[in-house]
Ligand binder design. Sequence first.
Ligand SMILES: Cc1cc2nc3c(=O)[nH]c(=O)nc-3n(C[C@H](O)[C@H](O)[C@H](O)COP(=O)(O)OP(=O)(O)OC[C@H]3O[C@@H](n4cnc5c(N)ncnc54)[C@H](O)[C@@H]3O)c2cc1C
Length: 318
Amino acid sequence: MSPESVLCWSEDPDLAGQLVRLARSVASGPEDRVFAASFDPPSDDGSRRIAEAGAHVLIRPNPAGPASTDPHVVASELRALVDTSHVTLVLLGSTKRGREIAGRLAGLLDAPAETGVARVHLDAGAVVVEREMLSGNALAQETLIARPAVVAIMPDVSASSPPPTVPVVQQVPSTSPAPLSERLELRPKPSGGVRLESAERIVTIGRGLQKKDDLVLIEALATALGASVGCTRPLAAEAGWLSDDHWIGLTGHRVKPRLYIAIGVSGAVQHLVGMRDSQTVVAINKDPNAPIFGQADYRVTGDLYAVVPALTKALDAK
Ligand SMILES: Cc1cc2nc3c(=O)[nH]c(=O)nc-3n(C[C@H](O)[C@H](O)[C@H](O)COP(=O)(O)OP(=O)(O)OC[C@H]3O[C@@H](n4cnc5c(N)ncnc54)[C@H](O)[C@@H]3O)c2cc1C
């Protein structure tokens, strides 16, 4: 079987390091090689960390400014590296940007691509991937026969820690592709400053809340519990009552707190995907047939405008 040559890239240095470790566990033959692409200077902390994870880092200076601003530039530069380093497998992060670049790169290479991949391994020369489908309710196993293959890996996929290697960082000339877009302005997204993925307790509010001002009820309960506030998609994406970093579910954050309190949340499958790893679930809903009750350890059938203040009062009195 011919040796594997894996190329990793992510705009996030931590994720790039994860990809390198994964690549080294997937391509562990004596002649296999793991490369990582970087558009940062060799002295950059990110480049150094990727090299320490065990990749041969190929640095491409990008004359058109920060490469991350133009997916076409990144995909074209990666495509050139695939050619010059005889790459058989490209691993990208399955972030929004990573998925966009995966599609562009696969188009340039006429290669198969998979995104949202949870696991990857090689079997008799073919790339076998597992990815979630049907809103996370099923795992699809697929084989990519043609090479090179492009695979975008979900963040936080674990890989065994391979033995340390001597870091190698090499500068290679840029192919200088012309950008197809230009960034005019960079404005930080409004953020509630929460990081739900690591929260131990979460109080989540759904469309059962009638108006934005009533969020104070939910915040008071969260404060009494030392919890973070989460929400369903309509509250962030449609109403804009909370920022996106509160949004839990298939297209939001995936959480696994010890305590999850769902208030005025119906329990749509797209929401459940994001919270089903919670340890203890409490649901408060006025509809006794709400699907969220099927996921709950403790069910409170009632009006949130009565139940939530009473609960907060009881907690504050302790
Ligand atoms: C492609 C796609 C991706 C999606 N991704 C996500 C996602 O990531 N996250 C997500 O959350 N959704 C997602 N959705 C939307 C999802 O399908 C649901 O529409 C959404 O989760 C419903 O939000 P909700 O439970 O707040 O509202 P509703 O479904 O409207 O439920 C409101 C609930 O509040 C209860 N209620 C009303 N008044 C009171 C009261 N006074 N006291 C107590 N209970 C009360 C009602 O009985 C009801 O059960 C996605 C949809 C699609 C198509």
